[in-house]
Design a binder for this molecule. Structure first.
Ligand SMILES: [Zn+2]
Ligand SMILES: [Zn+2]
Length: 437
């Protein structure tokens, strides 16, 4: 039977692929010698109806995977429900979705990192070749959460163990595909760098990438949790004249003032007057509309949409648990989104950073049509991790980004559940699991 030229080329290509390992056999492929298969390490697991810290045995890694000795992993509020509730977990899993550490082994096809590199592992990968990466939206990289889908380790009884979000974090060892790795060449402590992989990095990216904040403008940040703190700092760095922060928790308002807020408001104290208060704060120094003033002749307040901030960054999110610190006015997180629309000036920009808030928001149709605002949303604040994280590292080294003030509690792996509880209670700002060197 005649074989077409195309078939011959295909089978030749397949042959090359199969033979490739033999070509480098003399060099002992890293996939076989450099994977640390069988390595013992400890991890915090969500398994069955609870949590536990177990010794695990590392499974072989795939060709594009990387073994990382974890230095630190910051607890994210998003995972509190998954960790602390006692529903039956379908399979043992290492929780969290960010971390940082040192590369200790790589598969034979890994190019982005080398053994010994320090790497930040953010919740958002960047492959550089998928459709969304090519649109300039690496934050929506289609590699997100897809690999490794296989178990990375075994329990002593042979049960497979998986990683949440394809990377985990609450573990002495992380196994990730190279698309998740961002090498950083710095001496900044791991407990600070790990914040760039999730919360603080999200706020920084949102204000740097999504919100086109210009110097001298008015910015409102709704929520001064770790995400909001990143946005506050980025707004300061971009030269905003006013950074008005709305936050119900007193100790968070204090930290916000230290890292870039020019004014803080308590939404519980302001009540339903919050919208008018913020618009009043942003009305500017003159009511002469022939000199840049914001008054509107028609008089009705509904027309007065030139008032209000130029940029609003909404970083509140809903409550998964009743907080032990001061609760905000709306546990669903919908009210702050609604208010953000109402007080932002016509033509202003609103950037939203919540994650999986449930419910609907409604706006007056005529304002949507005729006095609209520009909305921005994205995964992890629109982070382009390979481009942005090294920039943030330089700004930390320069003292422009304050990550020291963001780490407010440190826990060893054994006390991970306590750390997650503190984050769920909102009694600490930045809880980090740290690992001995
Ligand atoms: Zn997160
Ligand atoms: Zn991609």
């Amino acid at each position: 039977m005649p074989i077409s030229r195309r078939k011959m080329l295909q089978s030749a290509a397949a042959g090359t692929f199969v033979l490739a390992p033999q070509v480098v056999a003399g060099q002992a492929p890293a996939q076989i010698t450099n994977t640390q298969t069988g390595r013992k390490f400890k991890a915090f697991l969500r398994a069955g109806t609870g949590t536990t810290v177990e010794q695990l045995t590392l499974l072989p890694i795939h060709a594009r995977e990387v073994v990382i000795r974890t230095e630190a992993s910051a607890v994210c509020y998003t995972i509190t429900g998954g960790v602390l509730r006692n529903n039956n977990a379908p399979r043992p899993q290492i929780p969290n979705h960010s971390g940082m550490g040192v590369v200790e082994a790589i598969g034979p096809e890994v190019r982005r990192v080398r053994v010994g590199d320090r790497v930040i592992i953010p919740g958002t990968p960047q492959c550089g070749v998928c459709y969304m990466c090519l649109q300039g939206r690496a934050d929506w990289c289609q590699f997100l959460g897809t690999s490794p889908a296989h178990p990375v380790a075994k329990l002593a009884n042979g049960t497979d163990v998986f990683e949440e979000a394809a990377l985990g974090g609450f573990s002495e060892v992380m196994v990730v595909t190279e698309e998740y790795c961002c090498p950083v060449f710095t001496q900044v402590p791991g407990e600070e760098l790990c914040l760039l992989g999730d919360t603080i990095g999200t706020g920084l990216a949102a204000a740097h990438n999504l919100a086109p904040i210009e110097p001298g403008t008015d910015v409102v940040v709704m929520g001064a949790g770790p995400v909001g703190m990143g946005a506050i700092q980025a707004a300061r760095i971009k030269g905003a004249a006013n950074v008005i922060v709305v936050e119900p928790i007193a100790y968070r308002r204090d930290i916000a003032m230290k890292v870039g807020a020019t004014m803080v408001l308590d939404p519980n104290k302001e009540g339903m007057g919050l919208v008018a208060k913020i618009q009043d704060l942003c009305k500017g120094p003159t009511n002469n509309r022939y000199a840049g003033g914001r008054t509107w002749e028609a008089g009705d307040r509904i027309f007065a949409v030139p008032n209000g901030p130029d940029y609003t960054i909404e970083a509140v999110g809903g409550d998964q648990f009743e907080p032990k610190a001061e609760a905000g006015p709306d546990p669903t997180g919908i009210l702050p989104i609604q208010q953000s629309f109402e007080f932002t000036r016509a033509g202003g920009h609103i950037t939203m950073l919540g994650f999986s808030t449930r419910g609907n928001v409604s706006f007056p149709a005529w304002q949507f049509q005729n006095r609209g605002r520009t909305f921005h949303s994205g995964q992890q604040g629109g982070l382009h991790m390979l481009r942005d994280l090294p920039r943030y590292v330089k700004l930390i080294e320069k003292g422009e980004i304050d990550t020291k003030a963001m780490v407010t509690a440190r826990y060893p792996l054994e006390r991970t559940k306590e750390a997650v509880q503190a984050v769920a209670d909102r009694t600490t700002l930045g809880a980090v699991i740290t690992f001995p060197a």
